[in-house]
Design a protein around this ligand. Sequence first.
Ligand SMILES: Cc1cc2nc3c(=O)[nH]c(=O)nc-3n(C[C@H](O)[C@H](O)[C@H](O)COP(=O)(O)O)c2cc1C
Length: 168
Amino acid sequence: MRKRKPYTYQFAETMRQLDGDGLLLAATKPNGESNVMTIGWGIIGVVWGRPVFTVLVRPSRHTHGFVEASGEFTVNVPTPEMSEFVLFCGTQSGRDHDKFAEFDMAVTPGHDVTAVTVDACPLVYECRVVQKNDVAPAAFDPAIVSRYYGRGDFHRVYYGEILGAWAW
Ligand SMILES: Cc1cc2nc3c(=O)[nH]c(=O)nc-3n(C[C@H](O)[C@H](O)[C@H](O)COP(=O)(O)O)c2cc1C
């Protein structure tokens, strides 16, 4: 059973994993269908007087439609034992796979959102989208565009108010 924690709980470890194998971004549509993908980019901070987890999702991701439809997401911090699942979620699409079912990963709706959380993850952030925007191609350092956007598919940026951080 997870307990509510401050959003800064184990911040350095969350950042280490974000910059490492990645974290798991999960979302659930109003019809109850869920999907999960790996993320390597994100920002935890304070905006509009609220704790916010900002994530970047390319429109081509299957997950994009889930966040659009629900206005919610969870960010789940995996254990080292979950590395195979994290890699799968970062290389395979929910269009072709039921990722949770194929890895027998149990999920539970969040306390503060209806989006699912991954039971095996010791720390999860439950977020409600309070702002979203698309990155502005013309405003980039050109080196970033050539490095990351050779095929377009510019990220949509979701600012998710952290309604709760929950950990074992
Ligand atoms: C380590 C790692 C980090 C990633 N970070 C992101 C990210 O921050 N944003 C994004 O749009 N895709 C990211 N991806 C790619 C998606 O996880 C990948 O395309 C995934 O298959 C999408 O799944 P979906 O189509 O089910 O949404 C990352 C992949 C890996 C392996």
